[in-house]
Design a binder for this molecule. Structure first.
Ligand code: NAD
Ligand code: IPM
Ligand code: MN
Length: 358
């Protein structure tokens, strides 16, 4: 029995989570593996139902589980609460910190069938795209103290803080991953301005020299990296970067694959425990309409199978089913293009079709 804490959250979270659970149901049948899914409130819905974005019962459930499958949290209804009580700061960030989920893997792959949905011209992605971000997730400006706004609300500050061990452990993961892929790491920083980036670059360089000199390493300033991602993204293999840079660059990279609704992520700790979630948010503009793309959530479930349960074949089955469907021309609205003979489906239909191809 695989115990999974399922936290759908807000907005499109529950709509896309429903599809991921259907797909896991099919995997359970096919591989004769039992999953125990326990659902809990997190984020805005938890504020509404329990008065707090991360109820103790939800945290306890996560602690008692082998993996966390997460939707997304937040939305207009809760964004005027005091900051600490908001879904993002009050639930998602504390969850990441509590479980020490420092390594956020964000694979950015372009499915051949979606080349026309990319925000880039085909000619700029001649070799397709296969990048993986290693975003540091529990440090940097998201968590550094002090973090405050003055009482008169005339000034505010965040603190960007990194220690050598924090940089080293995420860089190590990036190097290890690169060895199994294209053997190239691009470390992205802002070492021409930020002291944390000076330390970052120093640490990555030293680790490379001491332990990973057979991996190709280069450094890039984050502003240039943002530009290079849309100029010629195929130059990248593994990108390792700090928390906020990774947040921003991965949303940018998502559009290269056609939609933010396509990209999954895995957030892992030192013991390999993981939380799996789409990189995008609750999409309030389309929530409740059954039109969101469930692929990011479903591929997050596939990452859970791969990393938490070592079910590589099952994960590949899911990814292949998605690839096959896209090749058949099945599209949710975000990746649909008129006049190309494509078949427009809603969230539920996309989930059902993926199940039917596994
Ligand atoms: P968003 O990612 O929710 O949406 C940005 C755009 O992408 C929207 O136009 C949306 O419709 C589209 N989009 C996102 N996912 C999609 C999908 N699966 N299918 C089709 N289109 C999709 O970002 P935002 O609007 O800046 O934020 C909305 C809320 O989500 C905020 O409260 C934010 O804090 C929260 N958020 C949560 C998480 C998370 O829980 N991990 C991540 C990002 C944003
Ligand atoms: C993400 C999100 C979160 C982040 C927010 C909601 C706190 O944007 O997972 O990318 O910035 O990490
Ligand atoms: Mn983000």
């Amino acid at each position: 029995m695989r115990k999974v804490a399922v936290l759908p959250g807000d907005g499109i979270g529950p709509e896309v989570m429903k599809q991921a659970i259907k797909v896991l149901g099919r995997i359970s049948e096919k591989y004769n593996t039992k999953f125990e899914f326990k659902f809990a409130d997190v984020g805005g819905i938890a504020i509404d139902n329990h008065g707090t974005p991360l109820p103790d019962s939800t945290l306890k459930l996560c602690e008692a589980s082998e993996a966390i499958l997460f939707g997304s949290v937040g939305g207009p209804k809760w964004e005027n609460l005091p900051p600490a009580q908001q879904p993002e700061r009050g639930a998602l960030l504390p969850l990441r910190k509590h479980f020490g989920l420092f390594a956020n893997l964000r694979p950015v792959k372009i499915f051949k069938a979606l080349i026309d949905s990319s925000s880039l011209k085909n000619s700029l992605i001649p070799d397709g795209l296969d990048i993986v971000f290693f975003r540091e997730l529990t440090g940097g400006i998201y968590f550094g103290q002090p973090k405050e706004i003055s009482e008169d609300r005339q000034s505010a500050r965040d603190t960007m803080l990194y220690t050598v061990p924090e940089v080293e452990r995420i860089a190590r993961q990036a190097f290890e991953a690169a060895k199994l892929r294209g053997n190239k790491v691009m470390s992205v920083d802002k070492a021409n301005v930020l002291m944390t980036s000076v330390l970052w670059r120093e640490t990555v360089t030293r680790l490379h020299k001491e332990e990973y000199s057979d991996v190709e390493l280069a450094h890039m300033y984050v502003d240039n990296a943002a530009m290079q991602l849309v100029r010629y993204p195929s130059q990248f293999d593994v990108i390792v970067t700090e928390n906020m840079f990774g947040d921003i660059l991965s949303d940018e990279a998502a559009m290269l694959t056609g939609s933010l609704g396509m990209l999954p992520s895995a957030s892992l700790n030192e013991d390999g425990f993981g939380l799996y979630e789409p990189i995008g948010g609750t999409a309030p503009d389309i929530a409740g309409q059954n039109i969101a793309n469930p692929i990011a959530q479903i591929m997050s479930a596939a990452l859970m199978l791969r990393y938490s349960f070592k079910m590589d074949d099952a994960a590949a089955d899911i990814e292949n089913a998605i690839e096959a469907l896209l090749a058949e021309g099945v599209r949710t609205r975000d990746i649909f293009r008129d006049g190309q003979g494509l078949r427009l489906v809603n969230t539920d239909e996309m989930g059902d079709l993926i199940v039917s191809r596994i």
